[in-house]
Design a protein around this ligand. Structure first.
Ligand code: NAD
Ligand code: UDP
Length: 390
């Protein structure tokens, strides 16, 4: 492999990375990128490894594992495992991705959500700080909560002014709903761990970078209910809509599908994370929005575009009524609330790392839905063909 240079033209040294939550959606893409394009080694920690099996196990053709000396999987739960500190000590950098991060859990399992996103992350921060190890911690765009603009009267012209809705790391406030809106348990726990990490940096010199992902989507995100996850499970919107398309059922629009999101292709976002890993002097001490401000849609528009793309990918015609409205109470239960709009400001990441997203929403949906169809269509057909027991 040719010598890799950082953004300042200096050679990049090979490092060992302790990646917690490596078996998840983002972790699996990050492991692939690091193994294919860099010399770094990975200690991959997770309770599951299904999404990185292809990187760990011998392939049937050659009989050898693809990266035998570069990735080591440790099946462990960071809630209670004494091996954690040792693995952090063996590494140059820790990346913490572990979390409960599906909205259906925030209001129905608020305790698990708070423990997972705050309490369970505490030892990771402590071990990094005490052992002088660098930490890249995954937070969320949800720490911004609702936009200032959402509190203005519906017809206020200020709603069109970007300063009322664009979310900026160092100036936007974090605006959550009331305590009984338990949706915000996740955002609040993430905000507090961000503040703790920031304080460890300020008081004890912890070298940290905080990442705020804005709806990263792509292959291997979450699960398809009844196929590789629980039948009653509710994943994030990409998997919910994929599941409905695969089953030829209408896509459910929560509260009219009026909320707005910006979606970014996982592969674009992973480029940003690799820049953070390999440019510590430019990334340390920063909080970075990572999203694609050009890919904004309402959830309704997302449903329409996914329906159109799926028809193109499969050659099957769309349903006559492709969407159906459901209330948030019916879909998520008591205590749900929503972020109205999420447009990331890109000034800081642009200045520090020169990074920009590339892939349009249409293109990212085309490659992702091609993957979903190839991976799940046969399995869904079999499930649908089974007679239901009465
Ligand atoms: P994911 O659920 O696919 O991955 C999380 C992984 O962490 C899972 O494999 C899970 O098994 C593991 N994990 C959870 N608790 C653990 C524990 N106690 N011990 C060991 N492993 C544990 O989610 P993801 O989309 O890959 O998200 C990764 C991180 O990015 C999370 O912190 C999430 O809050 C944040 N994030 C992601 C997005 C996005 O768009 N995907 C948006 C905002 C924030
Ligand atoms: N949503 C929806 N139908 C679904 C799943 C989600 O309308 O089947 C909506 C949800 O209410 C939210 C948006 O889609 O407004 C994005 O939801 P997601 O679970 O991906 O996470 P979020 O962006 O809210 O963190």
């Amino acid at each position: 492999m040719a010598q890799r240079l950082d953004l300042d033209g200096k050679p990049i040294k090979a490092i060992t990375i302790c990646m917690i939550g490596a078996g998840g959606f983002i972790g699996s893409h990050l492991c692939e990128k690091i193994l294919h394009e860099t010399p770094h080694k990975i200690l991959a920690l997770d309770v599951y490894n299904d999404k990185i099996k292809h990187l760990l196990e011998p392939d049937s053709a050659s009989g050898t594992a693809p990266f035998p000396d570069r990735i080591q999987f440790h099946r462990l739960n960071i809630k209670h495992d004494s091996r954690l500190e040792g693995l952090i000590k063996m590494s140059d950098l820790t990346i913490n991705l572990a979390a409960i991060c599906t909205p259906a859990d925030y209001n129905t399992r608020p305790l698990d959500t708070i423990y997972s996103n705050f309490i369970d992350a505490l030892p990771v921060v402590k071990y990094c700080s005490e052992n002088g190890k660098r930490l890249i911690h995954f937070s969320t765009c949800e720490v911004y909560g609702k936009t200032i603009g959402s509190f203005l009267p519906k017809d206020s012209p200020l709603r069109q002014d970007p300063s009322y809705y664009v979310l900026k790391e160092d100036t936007s406030p974090c605006i959550f709903g009331s305590i009984e809106k338990q949706r915000w348990s996740y955002a609040c726990a993430k905000q507090l761990i961000e503040r703790l990490i920031y304080a460890e940096g300020a008081e004890n010199g912890l070298e940290f970078t905080i990442v705020r992902p804005f709806n990263w989507i792509g292959p291997r995100m979450d699960f398809i209910p009844g196929i590789d996850g629980p039948s009653e499970g509710v994943p994030r919107v990409l998997a919910c809509f994929s599941n409905a398309l695969l089953r030829r059922e209408p896509l459910k629009l929560v509260d009219g599908g009026q909320s707005q999101r910006t979606f970014i292709y996982i592969k674009d976002a992973i480029e940003a994370v690799l820049l953070m890993i390999e440019n510590p002097a430019r990334a340390n001490g920063h909080i970075f929005n990572v999203g694609n401000p050009n890919n904004e849609v309402t959830v309704r528009q997302l449903a329409e575009m996914m329906t159109e793309v799926y028809a193109k990918v499969t050659g099957e015609s769309a349903l006559e009524k492709p969407t159906i409205d459901v209330s948030s109470k019916e879909f998520y239960g008591e205590g749900y609330d929503d972020s109205d709009k999420r447009i990331p400001d890109m000034t800081i990441i642009n200045k520090q790392l020169g990074w920009n997203p590339k892939t349009s929403l249409w293109d990212l949906l085309e490659s992702t839905l091609t993957y979903q169809h190839r991976t799940y269509a046969e399995a869904i057909k079999k499930v649908l063909a089974k007679p239901t027991s009465s």
